[in-house]
Design a protein around this ligand. Structure first.
Ligand SMILES: Cc1cc2nc3c(=O)[nH]c(=O)nc-3n(C[C@H](O)[C@H](O)[C@H](O)COP(=O)(O)OP(=O)(O)OC[C@H]3O[C@@H](n4cnc5c(N)ncnc54)[C@H](O)[C@@H]3O)c2cc1C
Length: 428
């Protein structure tokens, strides 16, 4: 009888989610090939925040220790402080830390994270300059085989395909029934990394170094700011939204998703805001504008046959709850645990993937929708009575951060046994 160790697994996309997935499966002895379209691994020059749920998933995936060793830091991210953009920069809400260290996450430079995790990969099974074009399927000895066709004309046959190829996923075309083009959220983001000494020199009223990320709330605009790299660099993301048209009604050509802009464009967008915001904008170097996209409508399935989507390929979302990668790591942990069980094999992997979809899709799509709503709250906060605002800001995080993912995995395993997909007697 075959087991999961016999599966030929292809992962498409070597972003942070695909790499984490590959590391977990390869280190457990599964045959996993990773295909990345770029000629080498790379991340944007920006920071990323991982909430406590993401941290737990990274531990489960076996990449947490490498990440922490690479940074040389302790977990460093407590809940947000919310500040008004108006002069004086009044503290609107200071979210307290909960019980013990349970609220603590990690802010990290993206390139540092990727570098730490990539070091754990099997280099011989990592293939660069392999842009997936399409997937075809055939039946062989009673099970489905997927053939990956790459743009360079080469192909690869796999029993299992994990699509981790981001919001513009080519794998998704093989999974989704309806059109799944990412839509523009009407929000743009300007991102930058500023040396902390430059921030300190301009004497902001807002303390950006008190161990909490900062959200500066404005009208149709807001800023997310947190230090990374042992407080040596400050990550800044500046958001502006055009609410004059319905979200999704304007298309941004792909070549314009990320473009360099003059700093004046950002100053113009932040007319009337307080001095801290002006000082931060003036410190940005070579700003670029990112059109923030999301999957709307959400997918009605993350899987088809022996193909499953993880990360942004499945649920690209607005970044307003800092949870896109975290949800991707949750996907990765669940799908890896199910694939690692020796009772998963070529004959039942499609049913195993259906179970993955059933447990992951509702939660990830809920986070996706809540992320859009969070951005709306940050940018229309003045319309909300202050006590209600504080409650809503407070309550946004708990259900994401304290979710029992291990419980999800256990209940999925039980359901696979109850449905007879896995036979309990085969358990090892
Ligand atoms: C401004 C901003 C701030 C954010 N902040 C946070 C945050 O603080 N916390 C958080 O959790 N999330 C955050 N996110 C979201 C997070 O960045 C994403 O959810 C995460 O990077 C998705 O990872 P991924 O591996 O799924 O996709 P990606 O990082 O997009 O990786 C996809 C990979 O697939 C490759 N690829 C693409 N197409 C193909 C193809 N056809 N064939 C082969 N390879 C292909 C790409 O080259 C890439 O390497 C933020 C997003 C933005 C825009």
């Amino acid at each position: 009888m075959t087991s999961s160790k016999d599966l030929r697994i292809a992962i498409v996309g070597g972003g942070i989610v695909g790499v984490a997935c590959a590391v977990r499966l390869q280190r457990a002895g599964l045959k996993v090939d990773l295909f990345e379209s770029a000629s080498k691994f790379g991340e944007v020059g920006a920071g990323v925040g991982f909430g406590p749920n993401a941290i737990r998933a990274l531990k489960g995936l076996g990449v947490y220790d490498a990440m922490m060793a690479r940074t040389g830091e302790e977990l460093n991210m407590e809940p947000f402080q919310y500040i008004s953009e108006q002069e004086g920069h009044e503290l609107v809400y200071d979210q307290p830390i909960g019980s013990g260290d349970v609220d603590v996450g990690m802010t990290i430079h993206r390139a540092v994270f990727l570098d730490a995790v990539v070091g754990l990969l099997d280099a011989e099974r990592t293939h660069f300059s392999k842009r997936l074009d399409r997937i075809t399927q055939s039946e062989e000895l009673g099970h489905t085989v997927s053939t990956l066709h790459f743009q360079d004309g080469t192909t690869f046959e796999a029993d299992v395909v994990i699509g981790a190829d981001g919001i513009r996923s080519a794998t998704r075309v093989a999974v989704a029934e309806h059109s799944t083009r990412a839509t523009w959220s009407n929000t743009v983001a300007y991102r930058g990394l500023i040396p902390s000494e430059h921030i300190r020199e301009v004497n902001l009223k807002t303390d950006l170094f008190r161990g909490k990320p900062t959200n500066i709330l404005g009208d149709n605009r807001h800023l997310i700011i947190f230090p990374v790299s042992n407080n040596e660099i400050v990550n800044v993301v500046i958001f502006c939204t055009d609410r004059s048209k319905p979200a999704g009604s304007v298309d941004v050509p792909v070549q314009d998703w990320t473009i360099p802009v003059e700093k004046q464009e950002i100053f113009d967008a932040f007319k009337g805001c307080g001095s801290d915001v002006h000082k931060i904008i003036s410190l940005l170097k070579d700003p670029r504008r990112w059109a923030i996209h999301l999957l709307d409508p959400t997918l009605s399935s993350f899987v088809r046959d022996n193909i499953a989507l993880v990360g942004d390929a499945a649920h690209g979302m607005c970044p307003h709850l800092g949870s896109g990668a975290g949800q991707g790591f949750e996907d990765a942990l669940v799908i890896c645990e199910l694939l690692l069980d020796p009772r998963t094999n070529v004959s039942n992997v499609q049913d195993v993937f259906k179970a993955y979809d059933e447990i992951r899709r509702p939660r990830a799509n809920k986070v996706l929708k809540a992320s859009t709503a969070a951005g709306d709250l940050y940018e229309t906060w003045r319309d909300v009575p202050i006590d209600e605002l504080k409650t809503r800001l407070h309550d946004m995080w708990g259900w994401i951060w304290y979710h029992d993912l291990q419980g999800d995995i256990l209940s999925t395993e039980r359901s696979l046994e109850e449905r007879g997909v896995w036979r309990a007697s085969e358990s090892v």
